[in-house]
Ligand binder design. Structure first.
Ligand code: SF4
Ligand code: SF4
Length: 381
């Protein structure tokens, strides 16, 4: 990054950043406090940000707590991911209207807004790049995702706090973003000072950043920003490493740990709903009671439901063991074969929002520690 593409901005300058994006026609989304959690929603004012809030997270636990400073991005991650805007949990695909003795099909014409996301965490940026590969990078492109993704303006907030369940540094997805953003912010809060080191990653980013009223950083400010993310990395309490993970899991198909986790898993699907890379959907037809209209909707689905694997007379994955094992095997192993990288970015959401606190890093650790058992794939039951 060239020095002239970095500026130091003050918290108040974030308003100029928001205004500048709105003037350019962006629908700005960012972190706000709703229902005792930090979620992503419409953002029009600096005051909408979760100023002075942080979160405490653990397995099955999330609480907001007041900080003793006015940090803008002093929390880690909430339950809502950016995929709700790029790959909405529910959308109509088409509608049919009775037309005499037949039907007229009306295709859904989507005109998604031009999105600007403020406060994207580095792991979440990786998650978006994974969705790009899955939904727009292959032979079969999801036109809705592509339309929503096109022109997206991304303002990253590098992490100064390690969340209680994060493990991005071991997945090489954080706590600082190296590329793929328009602007990256690193917030530095000390007893004496409060500023954000802003780096432009694109020409568009440099243009918007230039309108914020920032000033060139000094060496001390650059060093403090670097130290902030280094300290966040050092405070991360979990890890999940190993280039051998794919092979380890493939060889552990009949490992007894799957029975152990199945006794705890409620198959509620929360982990897949909050995961920023889980993308599975189903379709549902709704017919008006008078028979005048019918609609087809795409809805988010989860591999934890029995219906998800239902084909011709029954579910392939009928037990909780088969479903949990499928999820982790796909996420951490088969995903690599399909899309060239792991489907996990280490955000920790599946740990925080699992009602019984099942921890993906712990499950993988147990399989690794207890050695490989049963490499034969003996069926999914
Ligand atoms: S599997 Fe869990 S930790 Fe990994 S990206 Fe999904 S929600 Fe985050
Ligand atoms: S692992 Fe946890 S969140 Fe996921 S389905 Fe099981 S109980 Fe629900």
């Amino acid at each position: 990054m060239k020095a002239e593409e970095r500026l130091v901005i003050r918290p108040a300058h974030i308003q100029q950043l928001i205004d500048s994006l709105i003037r350019r026609g962006y629908r700005v989304k960012g972190p706000v406090v709703r229902n005792e959690a930090v979620v992503y929603d419409d953002l029009s004012s600096l005051e909408d940000l979760p100023i002075g809030w942080t979160d405490e997270q653990g397995g099955g636990r999330y609480r907001l707590r007041r900080r003793d400073d006015e940090a803008l991005f002093g929390y880690s991650l909430g339950p809502r991911t950016w995929k709700v805007f790029l790959h909405p949990p529910e959308r109509r695909l088409w509608k049919a209207e009775r037309n005499g003795r037949g039907f007229r099909i009306i295709e859904e014409e989507e005109r998604p807004p031009l999105f600007a996301f403020i406060g994207v965490r580095p792991c979440e940026l990786h998650a978006i790049s994974i969705l790009d590969r899955v939904l727009a990078g292959g032979e079969f492109v999801d036109p809705s995702y592509r339309a929503r993704r096109e022109g997206l303006f991304v303002v990253v907030a590098n992490c100064g706090e390690a969340g209680g369940t994060c493990f991005c540094s071991s997945m090489d997805t954080g706590p600082a973003a190296a590329s793929g953003f328009d602007i990256a912010l690193t917030e530095v809060v000390t007893a004496e000072d409060h500023y954000l080191l802003a780096e432009a990653g694109t020409g568009k980013g440099a243009e918007v950043l230039g309108e914020t009223g920032g000033v060139r950083p000094g060496e001390a400010e650059i060093t403090a920003a670097r130290k902030t993310v280094e300290e966040a990395a050092a405070r991360m309490g979990r890890s999940m490493t190993g280039s051998d993970l794919k092979d380890l899991l493939y060889r552990s198909y009949e490992h007894p740990r799957w029975d152990d986790v199945a006794r705890r898993c409620l198959t509620c699907g929360n982990c897949t709903m909050v995961c920023p890379t889980c993308f599975c959907t189903t379709v549902e037809d709704r017919t008006e009671i008078t028979g005048g209209t019918a609609e087809r909707w795409q809805r988010a689905d989860s591999c934890f439901s029995a219906e998800f694997s239902y084909i011709h007379g029954g579910s392939i994955r009928s037990s909780p063991k088969a479903r949990y094992r499928h999820w982790i095997m796909h996420k951490l192993a088969a995903w690599v074969d399909q899309f060239g990288r792991s489907g996990c970015v280490g955000c920790g959401r599946c740990i925080t929002w699992c009602p019984v606190g099942i921890d993906i890093t712990e499950e993988v650790g147990a399989i690794r520690k207890n050695g490989v058992r049963g490499s034969d794939r003996e069926g999914e039951g």
